[in-house]
Write a protein that binds this ligand. Structure first.
Ligand code: FEO
Length: 397
């Protein structure tokens, strides 16, 4: 097997996972995911992060082969979530003399998962360095990106930032692992934003703090623990993270609806066509058909959000409630929100959306659009045009 060299003395030993259907048992993986791990060979040998248990039986063999009979001296744990820490126990069983490198928070969480003797833990503080020979590593704490213990590791020799989840994305690495070997716009950008909006976005304030902290470091390469390794254009992914974590939206409106018998769907279509006629990009999602993961991705991306639901057991439709709950968990910001819905004897759906808005950290702009019974063309022309006019005032405001 060919070695995958990231830089002189640094090897990629990560794996692709195409078998898992749902990341965190929640987020679909139609294009799989990679768990990136890196081995630095020097006078002292060091491994950066591991992989998820069961994702690849060859992982330990590859490390052994690359070490060519040498021992592993250190295992850096940038992040304790089990997709990266899963094989810590197996690595240490094979290399019992290796020291686990982590910060104080890492140590606490590590003890909940593995029984590691105190003398095997190499505690680092923010900015500490570790000399391996030619490679000197420094460790930088970036708490809550996206767990309390998260840190990044920087190799001074190659100016590589091992950033763990930060700058990562869904999607396997098919062939080349580098940004210049792949079509980022076509194959990875959407999956990176989906990963950001689903996993990291809630902690955008902390991402901003991390970006500020890392500003002073010269970075030639970014090597995250999921997705592409950025050697040609690391500034590009830093720019995207800055945009996404500042919640700077693109022009466009997401219309997400829940409909039992098609009336709310007709309202969604009518609103979408009217907005489209004004030149606004529109994405319409049926919450009963499209996984919430993709709807969140679009919500994060676009400026406008219009939610519609039929009434259901005196509340909103349960699939719309699921979307609202997920929105409240990831906290997208800077959205212009309006709501609409249909009902037969009262406006329970729209009222529920109005009640839920503060939990999503949003405020509904303009009066909701409500239609009783069938969404006839005449009714839509009358009520929806006022709704759209009001929405556009807020959207352009
Ligand atoms: Fe990829 Fe937060 O683990």
């Amino acid at each position: 097997m060919n070695n995958i060299t990231v830089s002189e003395g640094i090897y990629y030993v990560g794996v692709n996972d195409r078998r898992k259907n749902l990341f965190e048992n929640n987020w679909p993986l139609p294009k799989g995911v990679s768990y990136n791990s890196y081995l630095i060979r020097d006078r002292k040998n060091l491994l950066i992060d591991t992989i998820e248990t069961g994702s690849n039986d060859n992982y330990l063999n590859n490390i052994e082969r690359l070490l060519e009979g040498g021992k592993l001296d250190y295992l850096v744990v940038n992040h304790m979530e089990p997709d990266h820490s899963g094989l810590i126990g197996q690595v240490l069983a094979k290399y019992p003399d290796a020291k686990v490198v982590g910060n104080a928070q890492t140590g606490k969480i590590l003890s909940h998962y593995f029984n590691i003797p105190e003398e095997s833990f190499h505690l680092v503080k923010d900015g500490d360095t570790l000399e391996l020979g030619e490679h000197v590593l420094s460790f930088h704490l970036v708490p809550w990106v996206h767990w309390p213990e998260t840190m990044v590791t920087y190799d001074q020799k190659s100016a590589t930032l091992f950033s763990c989840d930060a700058f990562g994305g869904f999607g396997t690495l098919d062939g080349g692992i580098f940004d210049d070997q792949n079509d980022f716009e076509a194959d990875y950008k959407g999956e990176m934003l989906r990963y950001y909006s689903n996993i990291v976005g809630k902690y955008s304030n902390m991402v901003q703090k991390a970006l500020e902290k890392l500003k002073g470091i010269r970075i030639n390469m970014i090597a995250p623990s999921h997705g592409l390794v950025w050697r040609k254009d690391p500034a590009k992914v830093v720019g995207l993270y800055d945009q996404w974590s500042r919640s700077i939206p693109e022009e466009g409106v997401v219309i997400a609806f829940a409909s039992m018998y098609g009336n709310t769907e007709q309202m969604a279509d009518f609103i979408g066509k009217e907005l489209g006629a004004k030149g606004i990009p529109v994405r319409i999602h049926d919450v009963s058909k499209t996984h919430v993961s993709y709807i969140l991705q679009d919500i994060w991306k676009y400026k406008g959000l219009i939610l519609g639901t039929c009434a259901y057991n005196t509340k909103m439709h349960p699939m719309m409630e699921h979307l609202c709950n997920e929105i409240s968990l990831v906290s997208p910001r800077n959205k212009v929100l309006s709501v609409f819905g249909s009902s037969t004897w009262n406006g329970a759906g729209v009222k529920s959306l109005a009640k839920y808005a503060p939990e999503m950290g949003m405020e509904i702009k303009g009066a909701p659009l409500e239609i009783m019974g069938g969404a006839s063309y005449e009714k839509l022309c009358g009520a929806a045009s006022v709704f759209i006019e009001n929405f556009m005032k807020e959207y352009n405001g």
